[in-house]
Ligand binder design. Structure first.
Ligand code: ZN
Length: 191
């Protein structure tokens, strides 16, 4: 496994619509290596997820995992999940206020509205069908990662730019309020 370099905001690769993969392309050694490298890169950077465009590959793959992440202490865990060609369908109009950061947007966080419940249809790393519902904070993470495959960054979705903060100032001034929101969401949705 190789750690990949992470593209940062301003790099055009982050703004492209990533292309979908065929089953045969997905099973090819370069794509399987890319997936392994994305997982290693996400772990190394303490990310909650990473999308292929963030490592300069404009293809529809993202990986997600949360297991006691120091960057996101208020989050329930999510097992390692690989999504290929994901399609996201909101199951409600209702949104919640989600505090987000991104490995491609160094040292900034902000509040982003995210759907409370979504359906995700995708392939896993072997091309097997996945079809599941995600809710609450977990749904927020999926929406963030799948946005990357459409060339969208979380800053594009910020409605109140006054919520933009550095990570240090998030801890200092905003973490307590978000922890309350997060607790309410987890109590309601179980994730
Ligand atoms: Zn991101």
């Amino acid at each position: 496994m190789t750690l990949r370099k992470i593209a940062t905001i301003g790099n055009p690769v982050l703004r492209q619509l990533a292309r979908t993969l065929s089953q045969s392309e997905l099973s090819s050694p370069p794509m399987q290596t890319l997936i392994d490298d994305m997982i290693a890169t996400m772990h190394d950077a303490d990310g909650a997820g990473i999308a292929a465009p963030q490592v300069y590959e404009s293809v529809q793959i993202c990986v997600i995992e949360i297991a006691k992440n120091p960057r996101y202490p208020e989050r329930p865990s999510i097992p390692l999940t690989v999504l290929v060609n994901p399609v996201l369908t909101p199951q409600t109009d209702e949104t919640f206020e989600h505090a987000e950061g991104c490995l491609s947007v160094p040292n900034l966080r902000a509040i982003v509205p995210r759907f409370c419940e979504i359906r995700v249809q995708a392939w896993d790393h072997r091309g097997e069908n996945l079809d599941f519902i995600a809710k609450g904070l977990t749904a927020g993470v999926y929406q963030h990662e799948i946005d990357h495959l459409q060339g969208q960054l979380f800053l594009d979705r910020v409605q109140n730019t006054k919520t933009i903060t550095t990570w240090a100032d998030f801890d200092r001034f905003h973490r307590a309020a978000f922890a309350e929101t997060a607790k309410r969401i987890v109590q309601r949705f179980g994730q």
